[in-house]
Design a protein around this ligand. Sequence first.
Ligand SMILES: [Zn+2]
Length: 137
Amino acid sequence: MGTGRDFSSGLKDNRSVVTVMSRSLRLKCPACGQSSTFKGPFRIRNHCPSCRSLFKREEGFFVGAILANVMATEFLILVVSMVWLVVFKTSYETVLAALFILALLFPPAFYHHSWSFWLGFDYLIESLPKYEGRDLK
Ligand SMILES: [Zn+2]
């Protein structure tokens, strides 16, 4: 009956995949969606100022974000090379040159989203720990 969904700010374990992924896409905190995950280009926040979910995690966590980035890059290169060779029928050398540039430019461009989506997945699977310390700016 009606829209029975309750979006009142994160009281319950209200983790919808669509909600969290759309927050990740917009580089927002996966838990509350209130504030940005980054405080500047390539600078991830320590924690969410709104709900105190911790963004900076243990060392190993970083590997997952990089892995997500590498996989996305490889997937993109695969798709682009297929499409290019089939649709444009240019020489293989031209395609390789274009893919090389793409491989250089895409990972830094995707850096923020790979982090954001990785945080989102982590939030969906096991939730984010809360930052316990004092506020650091
Ligand atoms: Zn938050």
